[in-house]
Design a protein around this ligand. Structure first.
Ligand code: PGA
Length: 257
């Protein structure tokens, strides 16, 4: 089994040549390693050039998108649709990231995006989690997000989605933030599994669901986090922009499968 590192570059880097440099450095770090799958999700504007480079240089990188629009095409100024992303080699897409929820994306929109991605054969990476730190993980928040975001998705598509537990309060962008504790990560994943299995009426023992953790995963904690069998990988923001640190994370991850 391979483990996934989803490199969420967010709105970085600003210059195209820096972006290409980072793509190549990331690919070199993967090299011939088979037990780690690295998905680079750059700003949309870099996708076309990246897809050209990946194909030409046969780089061991999968391409992801940070967002998509739910209609296929038409009068939607500023939008990028799932079939368009598909033509640029995109195989998965973040949906419901807390930074998008924070600028007004609703669960209803997230739900439409998941369906549009599935229809275009793009794997949606659905991100859920609490905005604020609480004493214990708030199951009600996970239930609310997951049931609204997955409404109307058929149970046969349950395993075509990757589910990420990403508490917004732990994201490294705010300095001083730290990852959720390992115990709470595992508890959060167990809650999500339970909620999703009930929702799709799946038996937990047979359900083939993939779970990721995101928020402040870095060179220091990736070994502990990804040694847990409950996790298929991690969503990495800040550390995926630091080539040396991300290289170390790729090496560590390839030994954790
Ligand atoms: P971080 O970001 O790794 O910098 O905390 C993760 C994310 O926002 O996806």
């Amino acid at each position: 089994m391979t483990k996934f590192l989803i490199a969420n570059w967010k709105a970085n880097p600003t210059a195209p040549h820096d972006a290409v440099k980072l793509l190549r450095a990331t690919a070199r770090a993967v090299g011939r390693r088979r037990k780690v799958t690295v998905v680079v999700t750059p700003p949309t504007i870099y996708l076309e050039a990246f897809w050209g480079i990946i194909k030409k240089e046969k780089l061991p990188i999968k391409l992801g998108a940070q967002d998509l629009f739910w209609e296929k095409s038409g009068p939607y100024t500023g939008q990028i649709t799932a079939p368009m992303l598909r033509t640029l080699g995109v195989s998965c897409c973040l949906v419901g990231h807390s930074e998008r929820r924070a600028v007004g994306e609703t669960d209803e929109q997230i739900n439409k995006k998941i369906k549009a991605a599935l229809a275009a054969r793009i794997t949606p990476i659905l991100l859920v989690g609490e905005q604020e730190k609480n004493d214990a993980i708030r199951q009600d928040i996970l239930v609310d997000q997951l049931t609204r975001d997955l409404e109307g998705v058929s149970s046969k598509d349950a395993s075509r989605i990757m589910y990420a537990f990403e508490p917004a309060w732990a994201i490294s962008t705010t300095s001083g933030n730290k990852a959720e504790s390992l115990d709470n990560i595992i508890a959060g994943i167990a809650m999500m599994k339970d909620i999703i299995c009930r929702f799709f009426k799946l038996r937990p023992a047979n359900a083939k669901l993939s779970f990721l953790y995101g928020a402040s995963v870095n060179g220091e904690n990736v070994a502990d986090i990804l040694s847990r069998k409950e996790l298929s990988g991690a969503v990495v923001g800040g550390a995926s922009l630091r080539a040396e640190e991300f290289k170390k994370m790729i090496e560590i991850t390839s030994t954790k499968s």
